[in-house]
Design a protein around this ligand. Structure first.
Ligand code: UT7
Length: 325
């Protein structure tokens, strides 16, 4: 017994930020961003809060599933850029949706949606839970340094959600982590503690709270881990690559996807992507892409989907899902 996806939803800020817009902020160009990343534009929060987008995505997923908020047994949010450190985004969502179930956030950076699915599968196996809402929502515009051309051109904001019901469609799932600070991190400050002393030689000491990234190191990790994790979950499910109808990967860089697909020897047409218009929305990428593929009519009943993501941590995750809707 695992789960089935009963409905999906997503929500984006209304403001489109193009590569041209960014070339007015930092020393970059449409040509560089497009050829090095595959991104043309992304959505960025202006007046919307990330909680509002999470609520909208959740409401659409509930509507799509035919479930009401009071039927939910659990809410899990995957985020590292919530409006509050406490309460969790999931608790705010619970209040705004009118649900009454337990609710908590998890942070696995860009792999958050996959981790949340894994946690949900555990709840279904261990409890009498019937319906779980998983939301992945990120305001990356809050974390990036808008003066750093190496990162600000990559990210976008958005939210994706899925309502899960007890079922048998999760055929395999794996999550992993390779403890690492230096490749990708954003440090929390010490507030105004009069007792805090900055340690000399501290990896991140003295740095701003913005996102710092060693792009090339993450790139190498991304390609290797995408290939390995997809092969592992296929193995676990007793399936071959040819059985996959759609690969639904994290959207970090089109060159990462091209490289991973070619190593996996999968036809390019089987890899879904929206990076050109969404950028990298961290944990929300896979959830948004899944919803757009569902609403766009791409997914057919009994299609086998391979979801995969990687991110800060360094975390990885992949799963095989049967689309039974
Ligand atoms: O969700 C997970 C998070 N992140 C990722 O998965 C990111 C993985 N990494 C990447 O996608 C790529 O490494 C980047 C897109 C970040 C960078 O692409 P790259 O091909 O690895 O470029 P690079 O870092 O080797 O930089 C090449 C040049 C450098 O200039 P010099 O030193 O050769 O003169 C950079 O300063 O490109 C320069 N550069 C830019 N130029 C114009 C870096 N960013 C920009 C920019 N516009 N936005």
């Amino acid at each position: 017994m695992s789960f089935s996806i009963l409905g999906t939803g997503s929500a984006l800020p209304s403001r489109v930020v193009t590569n041209e817009d960014l070339s007015l902020l930092v020393d970059t160009s449409d040509e560089w961003i497009k050829t090095r990343t595959g991104i043309t534009e992304r959505r960025v929060c202006t007046e919307e809060s990330i909680t509002e987008l999470a609520v909208q995505a959740a409401q659409k997923a509930l509507e799509d599933s035919g479930c009401s908020a009071d039927e939910l047994d659990l809410i899990i949010c995957a985020t590292m850029s919530a409006d509050y450190t406490t309460p969790s985004m999931a608790c705010v969502l619970q209040m705004q949706l009118g649900a009454s179930c337990p609710a908590f956030d998890i942070n696995a950076a860009c792999t958050g949606f996959l981790y949340a699915l894994d946690v949900a599968a555990g709840y279904f196996a261990r409890t009498a839970d019937q319906k779980i809402l998983v939301v992945a929502a990120e305001a990356m515009s809050r974390l990036v340094d808008w003066q750093d051309r190496g990162t600000c051109v990559l990210f976008g904001d958005g939210a994706g959600a899925a309502v899960l019901g007890k079922g048998n469609d999760l055929l395999a799932i794996q999550t992993g982590a390779k403890g690492n600070i230096s490749s990708l991190y954003a440090e929390n400050g010490w507030g105004n503690s009069p007792f805090h002393k900055q340690a000399e030689g501290d990896v991140a000491s003295g740095c701003s709270s913005y996102l710092h990234m060693d792009g090339q190191e993450v790139f190498r990790f991304a390609v290797t881990s995408m290939v390995q994790t997809v092969e592992q979950v296929l193995d676990e499910a007793g399936l071959a690559k040819e059985d996959i109808a759609w690969l639904i990967p994290h959207q970090a860089n089109i060159r990462i996807l091209d490289s991973a697909i070619s190593r996996l020897k999968l036809p390019k047409e089987k890899c879904l992507t929206n990076i050109a218009v969404r950028g990298n929305t961290s944990a929300a990428c896979v959830a948004i892409l899944l919803d757009e593929a569902s609403r766009g009519g791409k997914l057919k009943k009994n299609d086998l989907l391979a979801l995969t993501a990687f991110g800060g941590g360094l975390t990885t995750g992949a799963c095989i899902l049967r689309w039974s809707r």
